[in-house]
Write a protein that binds this ligand. Structure first.
Ligand code: MLC
Ligand code: AMP
Length: 505
C-alpha cells in the first residue's frame, strides 16, 4: 500500500546491507536490519491493540530501538508521540490524557513509577530499554520481520510533538507525512547530503531537531549516523574523525570550544557543522571558525514548522543571521498588531507558509486559529528582520519563552506552580544569559504580607513536578515586581537588572 513517508524514507533501504547506525558500543545496524526491526515493532504495536490514527506515547532513552519505534509507527499509521525523558509523572499525565494515547512505552526503570498512572488512565504499558531489554523487544524478537505498510497520504498525521503554551497548557503540534518529507527533501539538497555522509548524532530523538531534521535527512540520503546516547565531549572527540557532518544546539559548540581537543586536525574529515534550536552567538561562530576553519551553518526552525530558513551551503554563512527562507518556504515579516507586511529592514513578527507548516494543535481549534492564519501563514512568535541582502535576523521573541540548551521552558508553567505555594503572593520567571545553556530560568517571588517561606521546600516541589531542565537556577525574593502604568509585570527590567547573575557560571 502506498505510504507517503515510509515509501521515501524506509522502503528504498529494505534490502541494503550498508550501515545505517554506528553505535557507541562499537556495533552497527545495517539499513535492512533496521527496517526489519521496525517491521517487528509494527507487528507488536498492532498486537498491543493500536489501530491506524491511534497515538503511541514513547518515553525511552535514546537507542536504535527507540528510533525503530518511530519507523514502526510511520508504516503502521500510528501517530508517534515522543516525550522528553526528563518529564515527570505529572507532566506525562497531561500529555497522555490530552493526546488520548492508548499505549505508553517507557524504560523498564520507570515502569513501577508509571504503573499507577497508566492504571488510572486505562493505558497499556510496555517497556523498552536502551540495549533492547524490556517487554516490547522480548515480544518483537518472535514477531514477523515483514509488515505491509498501511496506506497513508501526504496529509495524514504521523506525529504529535508537544510544545508548551505561553498562556495555557502544552499544545500538541500535529505533524503530517508531507510536513516531514517536504522538509527533509529541501534540507538534503540545501546541505548537500548523500550516501557517503556520516552524521555525528548526539541530539535527543524526542524533538524535531534530532528526530526529524537529522534522522530524516540521513534516511533520505542513504547515509550513516554515529548514534550517540547523548552529547559527551569524550565521545564526540572519539568519533569526529569518522564523521562528515554534525548537527547541534549552540551549547554543543560552546562546549566544544571549551575543550583543547578542538583543533583543525580533529575536524579534518568534517564538511559541515549545523547549529539551530536557539541563537548561536556571534562570538561562538567566529571562535569556531578560527579554531577549526569551519563556518557553522545556522538555520532556524520550530516544532510546528520544521525548518524555515538556512544559511547557504555554498555562499556566505553570515554570523548572527539564520540565512534565507528554504526554497519552498514563504517567509514574511509583519506588524504584530496589524499583521501588515513591513518594509525590509523593519523589525516585526516572522510568519511562514509552506508544505513544512503543521496542521494545527491537537484538539485546540482556538489556539490553532490564533497562530495559523486561514491563508496558511503561521505566526511563529519570533521577531526578526530581513536585511538588504535577504538574510533573516532573529532579534527576539514576541512570546514569553526561555530556551535553555535547546529546550524550551515556558515561564508561565513555573509561575503557576510557584503561585500555588503557601506564602507566595506572585512570581515572575525570566531567562538570564548563561554561558553553557545560553539562557537559564530564574524565579522572582513576592511573598504575602507577613509570610515567610522555606525556599528549599519550594525547590523540592518544583523537582517533583517539573522536568529538571525547567528548574529555576535561583529563587530570589523581592518586595515587589516591577510594573508598568498598566500594571503589567516588566520582565525586561528584571532581565536587565540581573543580566550578569551567571557571568561567572
Ligand atoms: C540537561 N539539563 C539541562 C539541560 N539538559 N538543564 C537545562 N537546560 C538543558 N538543556 C539538566 C540535566 O537534567 C541535569 O539536571 C543537569 O542539567 C546536568 O546535565 P548536563 O550533563 O550538564 O547536561 P547534558 O546532559 O550534557 O545536556 C545538555 C545538552 C542537552 C545541551 C547536551 O540538553 C541537549 O542535548 N540539548 C538539545 C536539546 C534539543 O535537541 N533541542 C531541539 C528542540 S527542537 P540534574 O538536576 O539531573 O542534575 C527545536 C526546533 C529547532 O527547537 O529549530 O531545532
Ligand atoms: P521549539 O518550540 O522547541 O521548536 O523551538 C522553536 C523556537 O526556537 C523558535 O520559535 C525560535 O524561537 C527558536 N530557534 C530555533 N532556531 C533558532 C535560531 N537559529 N536562532 C534563534 N532562535 C531559534
Amino acid at each position: 500500500m502506498p505510504n507517503y513517508l515510509f515509501d521515501s524514507l524506509f522502503a528504498p533501504h529494505a534490502q541494503k546491507e550498508n550501515v545505517f547506525l554506528h553505535l557507541s558500543s562499537g556495533d552497527s545496524i545495517t539499513y535492512s536490519g533496521f527496517v526489519k526491526l521496525a517491521a517487528r515493532f509494527a507487528n507488536v504495536l498492532i498486537d498491543l491493540g493500536l489501530e491506524v490514527g491511534d497515538r503511541l506515547a514513547v518515553q525511552v532513552e535514546k537507542s536504535e530501538y527507540g528510533l525503530a519505534l518511530y519507523a514502526a509507527c510511520v508504516q503502521a499509521g500510528i501517530v508517534y508521540l515522543p516525550l522528553n525523558t526528563a518529564y515527570t509523572v505529572q507532566e506525562l499525565e497531561y500529555f497522555i490524557e490530552n493526546s488520548g494515547a492508548t499505549v505508553l512505552i517507557c524504560d523498564e526503570a520507570k515502569s513501577d513509577t508509571l504503573t499507577p498512572l497508566v492504571r488510572r488512565l486505562g493505558v497499556v504499558l510496555s517497556t523498552l530499554g536502551p540495549t533492547g531489554q524490556g517487554r516490547l523487544q522480548e515480544v518483537a524478537q518472535h514477531a514477523s520481520e515483514h509488515f505491509v505498510p498501511v496506506q497513508r497520504g501526504p496529509d495524514d498525521l504521523v506525529a504529535i510533538l508537544y510544545t508548551s503554551g505561553t498562556t495555557g497548557r502544552s499544545k500538541g503540534a500535529m505533524i503530517s507525512h508531507k510536513n516531514l518529507l517536504s522538509n527533509a527533501r529541501s534540507l538534503k539538497v540545501a546541505w548537500c547530503f548523500d550516501e557517503t555522509d556520516v552524521l555525528l548524532h548526539a541530539l535527543p530523538v524526542f524533538h524535531t531537531h534530532g528526530l526529524f531534521v537529522a534522522t530524516n535527512i540521513l534516511l533520505l540520503a542513504g547515509g550513516a549516523m554515529i548514534f550517540l546516547p547523548k552529547f559527551d565531549l569524550d565521545a564526540i572527540f572519539a568519533h569526529l574523525p569518522r564523521a562528515t557532518t554534525m548537527m547541534g544546539v549552540p551549547t554543543f559548540y560552546t562546549r566544544l570550544l571549551s575543550d583543547k581537543r578542538l583543533i583543525k586536525g580533529s575536524c579534518a574529515h568534517m564538511r559541515l557543522f549545523v547549529s539551530g534550536s536557539a541563537p548561536l552567538l556571534n562570538e561562538t561562530h567566529v571562535q569556531f571558525r578560527e579554531r577549526t576553519g569551519h563556518a557553522i551553518l545556522e538555520r532556524y526552525g520550530m516544532t510546528e514548522t520544521n525548518m524555515n530558513t538556512s544559511n547557504p551551503y555554498a555562499g556566505e554563512r553570515r554570523p548572527g543571521t539564520v540565512g534565507f527562507p528554504l526554497p519552498d518556504v514563504e517567509l514574511k515579516i509583519t506588524d504584530p498588531k496589524t499583521g501588515d507586511l513591513l518594509e525590509n529592514g523593519e523589525i516585526g513578527q516572522i510568519e511562514v507558509r509552506g508544505a513544512n507548516v503543521f496542521q494545527g494543535y491537537w484538539q485546540m481549534p482556538e489556539k490553532t486559529r490564533e497562530e495559523l492564519r486561514e491563508d496558511g501563514f503561521f505566526i511563529t512568535g519570533d521577531l526578526g528582520r530581513k536585511d538588504e541582502e535577504g538574510y533573516i535576523h532573529i532579534v527576539g521573541r514576541n512570546k514569553d519563552l526561555i530556551i535553555s540548551g535547546g529546550y524550551n521552558i515556558y515561564p508561565k508553567e513555573i509561575e503557576t506552580l510557584l503561585d500555588e505555594q503557601v506564602g507566595v503572593e506572585e512570581s515572575a520567571v525570566v531567562g538570564l544569559p548563561h554561558s553553557d545553556f545560553g539562557e537559564t530560568p530564574v524565579a522572582f517571588l513576592v511573598l504575602k504580607k507577613g509570610a515567610s517561606v522555606d525556599l528549599s521546600k519550594i525547590d523540592t516541589v518544583i523537582a517533583e513536578q517539573l522536568a529538571s531542565f525547567k528548574h529555576p537556577r535561583k529563587l530570589i525574593i523581592l518586595d515587589e515586581l516591577p510594573r508598568n502604568t498598566m500594571g503589567k509585570i516588566q520582565k525586561n527590567i528584571l532581565r536587565e537588572h540581573y543580566n550578569d547573575l551567571f557571568h561567572a557560571a
